[in-house]
Design a protein around this ligand. Structure first.
Ligand code: NDP
Length: 349
């Protein structure tokens, strides 16, 4: 008989899109959770967490800003597992160093330092990203051995923040040789139903398609994974005995053309889905030029991703974490339905 051992789990960035699902799953499984948020005073922002079944007696919230000195000191007492999910997720910011890289790296280092100073920690699971794997897919099959070596403050700075944060985490392990181990989960584009009103940067891709923000079908390919499966991967990673190192986390890939066709055929024809195809060689050359008129983050993303084939191997995560991903078509349709429910997308006319 397998006996259930409840954990006390610290989750940073508890209000986030992925974190709220993860906390919901942890509470449902009977675990105790301490989540960090920037402020415990905004009742509206915290409401989706407070109403989760089990939250009344097994969820407590503490304050931590990633940039504050010793942000996590004293917060981990009594916890045996730490899930580090907080990190700014935006493509366009005013000051990429201050707004993206500093919080990502400083927050990771200060949380790992707090783990070092807290007896009883057994495992840390870091939410890294495909952004730490590549920012310019080149058609090769990506694996856990790949690292993004191209991003800079002037080129996909969000990607830079994620690669620097994950590098800092592994360097920390090399330097300090802690008694606990580190696992990194590297999700691709995470979409699906949201437990909060906020429109996450990744669900915004689907919202933008439905709201007419894309003037045409572009030559883009996304690695797609359901937010509920990303949460599940983190929960499984806490205990999986043979788990080690990094895990590419995606169910499969989908082109913009495939996503538009799926949505059009499944009830979303009345939204502003793009019709014009600019995903051939000529269209792609035109869009590359037109990208110069976009905000820097979008421009850099388009110029490094347009027309590029993305392939990534999810064998390791399926094997070690015994995870069965939802089909990406279901994920896209569930994301779209949820965007309608929250009022993030509107029918044409
Ligand atoms: P969200 O933006 O929903 O969540 C990010 C969380 O980080 C929020 O709780 C946010 O708090 C918190 N945060 C940001 N900056 C700070 C700060 N300075 N101090 C304290 N907390 C901060 O994004 P996701 O849920 O999508 O992202 C969660 C993690 O997953 C991130 O590490 C992200 O990089 C990673 N990821 C996401 C992917 C995706 O497609 N969504 C893909 C791959 C990785 P607040 O609400 O107060 O802003």
């Amino acid at each position: 008989m397998i006996t259930f051992v409840p954990h006390s789990i610290f989750v940073s960035g508890a209000t986030g899109f992925i974190a709220t699902h993860t906390i919901a799953q942890l509470l449902a499984a009977g675990h105790r959770v301490r989540g960090s948020v920037r402020s415990t005073r905004n009742a509206e922002v915290l409401a989706p967490l407070r109403v989760l079944p089990g939250a009344d007696d097994r969820l407590d919230l503490v304050e931590a800003d990633l940039l504050a000195p010793d942000a996590f000191a004293g917060h981990l007492e009594g916890c045996d597992v730490v899930l580090h999910m907080a990190s700014p997720y935006a493509l366009d910011v005013k000051d990429p160093q201050r707004d993206l890289v500093d919080p990502a790296v400083t927050g990771t280092t200060s949380l790992l330092t707090a783990c070092l100073n807290t007896p009883g920690i057994r495992r840390v699971v870091l939410t890294s990203s495909m952004a730490a794997v590549t920012d310019e897919p080149d058609g090769r099959m990506l694996t856990e051995a790949d690292w993004n070596t191209h991003s800079a403050l002037t080129r996909n700075p969000y990607y830079l923040s994620k690669v620097r944060a994950e590098r800092a985490a592994w360097a920390f392990i090399d330097t300090h040789r802690p008694s606990w181990d580190l696992i990194a989960i590297n999700p691709f584009l995470v979409i699906g139903p949201s437990l909060t009103r906020a429109l996450n940067t990744s669900n915004k891709v689907v919202a933008d398609l439905l709201n007419g923000a894309y003037p045409a079908i572009l030559a883009l390919t996304w690695g797609v994974v359901d937010v509920r499966d990303v949460a599940d991967a983190h929960v499984r990673a806490m205990d999986a005995p043979g788990a080690a190192g990094r895990y590419l986390c995606l169910a499969g890939t989908m082109t913009a053309r495939e996503m538009v066709a799926l949505l059009r055929s499944r009830g979303y024809d009345g939204y502003r889905l793009p019709r014009l195809g600019l995903d051939g060689p000529v269209g792609t050359a035109l869009v590359r030029l037109a990208a110069y008129a976009q905000a820097p983050g979008i421009r850099q993303y388009l110029r490094t991703n347009l027309g590029r084939s993305l392939k990534a191997d999810n064998t390791k995560i399926r094997r070690d974490l015994d995870i069965a991903f939802r089909p990406i078509e279901q994920t896209v349709l569930d994301a779209a339905a949820d965007l309608v429910t929250w009022g993030h997308v509107r029918r044409n006319g």
